[in-house]
Design a protein around this ligand. Structure first.
Ligand SMILES: [Zn+2]
Ligand SMILES: [Zn+2]
Length: 245
């Protein structure tokens, strides 16, 4: 809708809004430049995951180590995705903004989240081979109606726009699953069984896919999506999220 408004009118509109509602940091409320929802201080305090992390799931590692490192969880488990990359830990300002975006409908915060998501593209694990398509983790249509949007698709669209990598909204969530967090691993897998399928006429053959979700927690959801995508012929699936638990 916004795109159909001439640019000068849009700028004038933004200037009026800035007067009525002075732009401020979503976390500490200090004044920010127009269009910014996080001040420099809060941006700098976001908990970054150093390069010293699990090669597969990006779990932070606090010690001395040389070369690629695998966390205990990834050593005993085989995922269908090659790696899951996140630049931030899901706590403090990062956790707060993701929460407001996802559960309180503060969709305007997406730009900050896409900034954080976009930083994953600097990671060597996502550069070779190059990603051919960006795929959002699907949300069940009932859940999407309740929430009003699919947070993963909004983030994936933002990343696709900035990176030039085409978006492929090629999956559907066909089972309305209950929340995953209370289950152990086997219960989670059972809960996800037949939850996803490919959309008709989507051809992902021989493509390197980048699967997008907001936060990586146990990895079970993205792993199940990766399983379906590989089964549909994808050459590989890597995962990028705004943050990881
Ligand atoms: Zn701030
Ligand atoms: Zn790991």
């Amino acid at each position: 809708m916004l795109l159909t408004i001439p640019k000068f009118l849009r700028s004038a509109g933004v200037a009026c809004l800035d007067l009525l509602y002075p732009p401020h940091c979503a976390i500490c409320l200090t004044a920010t430049p127009s269009g910014e929802h996080l001040c420099l201080g809060c941006r700098k305090s976001a908990p970054v995951i150093s390069a010293l992390c699990c090669h597969t799931c990006s779990a932070p590692f606090s010690g001395q180590i040389d070369g690629p490192f695998s966390c205990p969880n990834c050593r005993e488990r085989r995922f269908h995705f090659t790696c899951a990359v996140a630049r931030y830990q899901s706590r403090d300002a990062v956790r707060e903004l993701v929460h407001r975006f996802k559960y309180n409908g503060k969709v305007h915060l997406r730009n900050v989240l896409v900034d954080w998501l976009e930083e994953t593209l600097d990671d060597p694990r996502l550069q070779t081979p190059p990603c051919d398509r960006i795929v959002p983790v699907p949300l069940h249509s009932t859940r999407e109606r309740e929430r009003g949007f699919n947070q993963a698709r909004i983030l994936a669209e933002g990343l696709a726009r900035r990176s030039g990598i085409p978006l492929a909204d090629c999956m559907k969530r066909i089972r309305y699953t209950t929340t995953q967090t209370i289950f152990d691993r086997e219960e989670r897998m059972e809960n996800l069984r037949d939850a996803f399928r490919m959309r008709k006429n989507s051809d992902m053959h021989d493509l390197h896919l980048l699967l997008i979700d907001d936060v990586l927690t146990t990895g079970s959801t993205v792993d199940e999506c990766a399983r379906i995508l590989i089964e549909a012929g994808a050459a590989s699936v890597r995962v990028a999220t705004v943050a990881r638990a």
